[in-house]
Design a binder for this molecule. Sequence first.
Ligand SMILES: NC(=O)c1ccc[n+]([C@@H]2O[C@H](COP(=O)([O-])OP(=O)(O)OC[C@H]3O[C@@H](n4cnc5c(N)ncnc54)[C@H](O)[C@@H]3O)[C@@H](O)[C@H]2O)c1
Length: 328
Amino acid sequence: MKSGIVGAGFMGRMHANVYKAIENADLVAVADIHPDRAEEFAKEFGLQAYNTVTEMVEAEGLDAVHVCTPTFTHKDLTIESFKAGVNVLCEKPMAMAVEDADEMIAASEEAGKKLMIGHCIRYWPEYQYLKKMVESGEYGKLLSVNLTRFGAFPTWAVDGWNLDETKAGGGVLDMHIHDTDYILYLLGEPDTIDSWGTVDKTGPGHVFTTMTYGNCVAHLEGGWNMPSDTPFKMAIRAIFEDGCAIMDQGPLTVYKNGQDAFEPEFEKMEAAGGGNLSDLGGYYHEIQDFVNRVQSGEPFEVVTPETSRRSLEITIEEIRQIKQKFSL
Ligand SMILES: NC(=O)c1ccc[n+]([C@@H]2O[C@H](COP(=O)([O-])OP(=O)(O)OC[C@H]3O[C@@H](n4cnc5c(N)ncnc54)[C@H](O)[C@@H]3O)[C@@H](O)[C@H]2O)c1
């Protein structure tokens, strides 16, 4: 299997690093709208450089393209990739609007090629572990769960695309969607959604959402409107009838009355050329699953186009509520 990346930026680099640990597919090319960026990236990772997806797919005979470009370009580049005849792994958020997501799904079906969206948190070992805790029932019913994700505004964005709400959707669409997507994976459709938040010049910057599932309460907090030296935080606090799991600036730790607290151990990934890739965590599992299922023809189960479309739809509803209340 031969793959190419479109978008020689922050996430393109992450995907390219993961390919060092993928043994059943080769990353061979990169395309970027800025030729110098494509050339530099190609040199760093030993790839061929192109300016457009179509050129890259045709010249290299690719099987898959990873769309790692700004969010507002996801729809067009995904559709272009399908027209060129390849499978697509497109970064999250799926698109800027649900209608765009629908067009991407239709293009995938028309081409008979697979579409996966990079909702990596579903593949993150700690988050997978929490899902198993909920499903096993070992700790009783889940009473409440708190998911947090915030940090400094990402200043690396090429051409400042994420400063523009129409291109990125603010911190809520860009960053917090990870936890909206995960809660749907963990617990399914909520009974109620109540969002409050703040709006700044980049759009909805920070959100507090409460979702209810019967008597179980999920609280999600996230955003990106903080100063440049603010540390990134990704945290979990899940309280069960008979235990809890906490990850907060340290390893995931499980507590239960009558037993010692413990930190579940997660497999470390070694890159093919040496080096510890454990920091690539869920990205590795996500890309490996994509590669395996493109090869086997099996349908995606963890992240499907429909689950990603729904995560987008619910995040857009959160944004609608934030804006409505913020303007009062
Ligand atoms: N999964 C995650 O954890 C995660 C983390 C960060 C960003 N993202 C997502 O990844 C995407 C990219 O973000 P980033 O931080 O890598 O951005 P970036 O600005 O670092 O890189 C984007 C790259 O795409 C190129 N580009 C722009 N328009 C193009 C086009 N039409 N054709 C070809 N190349 C084009 C730019 O020149 C740049 O090299 C965004 O949708 C973002 O939300 C996901």
